[in-house]
Design a protein around this ligand. Structure first.
Ligand SMILES: Nc1ncnc2c1ncn2[C@@H]1O[C@H](COP(=O)(O)OP(=O)(O)OP(=O)(O)O)[C@@H](O)[C@H]1O
Length: 231
């Protein structure tokens, strides 16, 4: 039983500012991810790795193909789902950690980390306790917890982003370069947390440029070059 199944997915972009020029990017993307499995998307820059994560999350709409996401006993096809359905699947089943934190002005780091748990129905006190544990694991100094992260360093912001994305135990997790600005110590924290999530049955699709991290967590490498359409 797979947690996530992409079959025959194609994607092109239409450049409206260039007279509707069509830019085909991905063709026949087909792979599955089982619960507890980590699939790493590999391949050179510009082949379409981030686009695949955005297609799974429903940020991009594919031209053809199916993207089946399991939520409990249901399978939802993100490719044809309505926006409301996509939002509901995200809330119940999909975590997506992008490279950059989108900090909300005047919201503290602690609340930013706790918020996805509150949205999932965890009472705020409990969510706050778990958010603090996560911030500690990522070695974010306590003096920063009550501050909005807009002025934090790149690595601090990435750790807030990771703490926020990894805290809810989603059945499916999408990671886009989770260790890009981290030092060795915090990279090890990411490896440990990804392994924990795998042991809990989370299906993971990740882009990881750091070879050591990828080798430590990935069960399968999917080379996106084979789906890429040369420009
Ligand atoms: N919203 C968009 N509009 C137009 N073109 C896009 C869009 N998003 C991605 N592309 C194009 O699709 C191709 C694949 O981009 P993508 O970011 O998925 O590659 P990638 O493999 O993740 O690259 P990198 O490793 O450099 O992050 C690129 O040529 C990019 O310019």
């Amino acid at each position: 039983m797979s947690a996530l199944e992409l079959s025959a997915v194609t994607k092109s972009f239409t450049m409206h500012l260039q007279g509707g020029l069509r830019l085909p990017v991905l063709n026949d993307v087909t792979f599955t991810v089982a619960p507890g499995q980590c699939v790493a998307l590999t391949g050179p820059s510009g082949t379409g790795k981030s686009s695949i994560l955005k297609l799974i999350y429903g940020n991009y709409k594919c031209d053809t193909g199916r993207i089946l996401v399991r939520t409990g006993d249901d399978l939802v096809d993100i490719a044809s789902a309505r926006p409301r359905q996509i939002l509901s699947v995200r809330q119940r089943a999909l975590g997506y950690v992008t490279q950059f934190l989108r900090a909300v002005p005047r919201v503290s780091a602690l609340d930013i980390v706790a918020e996805p748990l509150v949205t999932k129905g965890v009472v705020r006190e409990e969510a706050t306790i778990r958010a603090k544990d996560m911030l500690r694991r990522f070695n974010v100094p306590e003096r920063l917890w009550s501050l909005p992260p807009a002025t934090f360093s790149g690595g601090e912001q990435q750790r807030i982003n990771l703490a926020r994305g990894l805290l809810p135990e989603h059945p499916i997790l999408l990671l886009d370069e989770p260790t890009a600005s981290l030092d060795a110590h915090n990279r090890a924290v990411v490896v440990e947390l990804v392994r924990e999530r795998k042991a809990q049955g989370t299906a993971i699709v990740a882009i990881m440029h750091d070879d050591d991290v990828r080798e430590a967590v990935a069960d399968l490498n999917v080379d996106v070059t084979r789906f890429a359409i040369a420009a």
